[in-house]
Design a protein around this ligand. Structure first.
Ligand code: TRP
Length: 381
């Protein structure tokens, strides 16, 4: 029997007026999220310049802007993945999305854009979980609607440019079974109800669906959950690019892994894509004015940025010229809010337009191909 994990260290963060959990991200009293505190409390390792340079050296290409700019700022054992890679050992990538809306917003794209870079730079396979079961339970969607949204989201994901020869996308409703399910059951027996409550804040009134969900997100970090891909490679390491609110699932996976005889998954974790109103939370699919969607037109983007985007600028031109704000040219008072917003609108409209074109080219057949349970013989080439 695997050993039961019941270490009482909570991974969610509710002190310091910040709440960061898989379901809520907020900072009270209008303050910014303090990422230094997050690092301390979650026990992350920090991604520093040395690590970024090491990635550049090992991959022979410039680091992604999200790494250079500190968007991906924290990790767990990413250095060990690099040590192994240097010795010639490969790994696989795992990330996912809970399909809660028809179209993705820019915050959703961050882990996928980054996973695409990691996949290309390290030449490794990627598995993508569409947790349609999760959103069905949390957002009160019907099973049918969740499955439909999952396929729609898969199109946006494919539009990020992933290679079919190295990428497997799966929906929980379709894929749950076989060794994947066996691992879920093994995992469940390793975690007490106390531990689940403490980690995720479940209450007695939460239904069993919610309480039994976390193992389903955790076990794709074990290679044996994908026998068609990694059969005989039970020691393959897993690297998970994700936003820090997903950390509790994988902290738990790391706690459980040794008792099931698996490697602990490594993580590379990002800060949140701020909502348009400031830096106190994250873009939310259910709050249209907090987010820019990949389906927004250039005109909508312009209106949202001009009307709703918090800039940090001063309340009058005079004060702005005198005190400045928080960006270089802008901070020094040389650029005005309108000029900064104009530049932002250009950048975002360009990105959204490129995405729109790529998504229009994704067919239902392509979705079926990416989601087919199949071996990927060239995934490490
Ligand atoms: N729980 C995530 C969400 O709400 C979706 C998800 C499933 C995920 N598996 C993942 C995110 C793996 C990151 C990595 O969107």
């Amino acid at each position: 029997m695997p050993e039961i994990v019941d270490s009482r260290d909570s991974a969610t963060l509710e002190e310091d007026h910040q709440v960061i959990s898989p379901w809520e991200v907020s900072s009270k009293h209008g303050g910014k999220i303090d990422y230094d505190k997050v690092i301390d409390r979650f026990g992350f390792q920090r991604i520093d310049e040395t690590l970024v340079e090491r990635v550049e050296r090992l991959t022979g290409r410039p680091a992604h802007a999200f790494l250079r700019r500190g968007i991906f700022f924290a990790h767990r054992d990413f250095d060990k993945i690099l040590d192994a890679y240097e010795r010639g050992e490969k790994f696989y990538l795992y990330t996912g999305i809970g399909p809660s809306s028809e179209a993705l917003h820019l915050g959703h794209l961050v882990p996928f854009m980054f996973a695409k870079y990691l996949q290309d730079a390290f030449k490794v396979p990627l598995v993508i979980q569409l947790s349609d079961d999760e959103k069905c339970m949390w957002n009160n969607l019907s099973v049918e609607e969740s499955k439909r949204l999952a396929r729609e989201n898969a199109k946006d994901i494919i539009a990020c440019g992933f290679e079919k020869t190295r990428t497997f996308i799966f929906s929980n409703f379709s894929y749950l079974g076989g060794v994947f399910y066996e691992n879920i059951v093994r995992f469940r027996t390793c975690v007490t109800a106390n531990k689940a409550v403490e980690t995720f804040g479940f209450g007695g009134e939460d239904h069993m669906g919610k309480i039994t969900f976390p193992p389903i997100q955790a076990v794709p970090s074990f290679p044996s959950s994908f026998p068609h891909l990694f059969s005989g490679k039970d020691n393959l390491s897993c690297l998970i690019p994700c936003a820090i609110d997903q950390d509790p699932y994988f902290k738990m996976a790391r706690d459980v892994a040794p008792s099931l005889g698996y490697q602990k998954p490594a993580l590379i974790e990002s800060s949140f894509f701020p909502d348009l109103q400031g830096e106190t939370g994250k873009m939310s699919a259910s709050d249209p004015i907090s987010a820019i969607y990949v389906t927004d037109s250039a005109k909508e983007i312009k209106t949202k940025v001009n009307k709703y985007a918090f800039s940090g600028g001063q309340d009058s031109i005079e004060n702005h010229r005198k005190y400045g704000a928080n960006l270089e040219e802008y901070g020094a008072g040389r650029m005005l809010t309108g000029e900064v917003k104009k530049r932002l609108i250009e950048v975002l409209s360009g990105l959204v337009e490129r995405h729109r074109k790529a998504r229009a080219a994704v067919t239902d057949e392509m979705v079926d191909e990416f989601m087919a349970v199949r071996p990927l013989p060239h995934m490490f080439d």
